[in-house]
Design a protein around this ligand. Structure first.
Ligand code: AP5
Ligand code: MG
Ligand code: ZN
Length: 219
């Protein structure tokens, strides 16, 4: 199974991917997490990506595609869930070409739709675990102990690009550059739209249904 989660910043891609990868037993690739790991390690790629990320801009296609395709080559072939890739039509075409060479293809793309006001509210309150990357929210999804991850005890932090100015820029870049990607997959008949508002478990159920996999849930 090769599936994609597309949605604006704060729509819940990371939150849902963490749940779905366990339920569906697929490999997980998130280009935003990959870039943040490179930044944390201080690599040349990380230094370059950080300039774009901190502003709220996309990292250029050639850099992002190269990084993603290398990871895909080293990923077991049983299936993958992509979070945050592709975000441009160029990236979508490169992905289709690479998968075709492996005699496979994207099965389904879920677009997580959330209103702009709700996105702004969520990004402002988001906290991430520095160790296991679990996602929390000061308003809607708090950890039991302030600043500490429920799952692994790691420290929670605010992302650099969740500052108001960068968050606004990310939303506008998304609407400009990623809206055409929805059309790209709609034309292929692979796009399903799911509401990303409401309780987290309801969104998970809607996504599983869109992927034709609701049967993985216990009764
Ligand atoms: P990336 O890390 O992918 O950021 P993003 O797309 O901006 O998305 P987010 O991670 O901010 O949001 P999310 O949808 O994962 O929401 P989350 O689950 O955290 O990319 C970062 C940067 O890397 C980009 O800006 C770019 O520079 C670069 N990059 C990455 N990929 C690239 C590519 N392909 N091309 C070029 N550049 C690339 O949830 C958000 C908050 O909402 C949390 O606090 C959560 O607790 C809360 N929440 C979630 N669900 C609900 C719910 N149902 N109800 C209430 N609250 C909820
Ligand atoms: Mg994310
Ligand atoms: Zn953690």
């Amino acid at each position: 199974m090769h599936i994609i989660l597309i949605g604006p910043p704060g729509s819940g891609k990371g939150t849902q991917a963490n749940l779905l990868t366990k339920l569906l037993a697929v490999n997980y690739i998130a280009t935003g997490d990959m870039f943040r790991e490179e930044v944390a390690k201080g690599t040349e790629l990380g230094k370059l990506a950080k300039v774009y990320m901190d502003r709220g801009d996309y990292v250029p296609d050639e850099i992002t595609i190269d990084m993603l395709l290398k990871r895909l080559e080293n990923t077991p072939k049983n299936g993958v869930l992509l979070d945050g890739f592709p975000r441009t039509v160029g990236q979508a075409q490169a992905l289709d070409d690479a998968l075709a060479k492996r005699d496979t293809a994207i099965d389904k793309v879920a677009y997580i739709n959330v209103s702009e006001e709700e996105l702004t509210r969520r990004l402002g309150g988001r906290l991430i675990c520095e160790r296991c990357r679990s996602v929390y929210n000061e308003a809607t999804h708090r950890s039991k102990r302030t600043g500490i991850c429920d799952r692994c005890g790691g420290m929670l932090y605010q992302r650099e690009d969740d500052r108001p100015e960068a968050a606004r820029r990310r939303l506008s870049v998304y609407f400009q550059q990623t809206t055409p990607v929805l059309e790209y997959y709609r034309k292929q008949g692979k796009l399903a739209e799911v509401s990303g508002e409401g309780p987290i478990e309801d969104v998970t159920f809607a996504l599983l249904t869109a992927f034709g996999a609701a049967s993985v849930l216990p009764d």
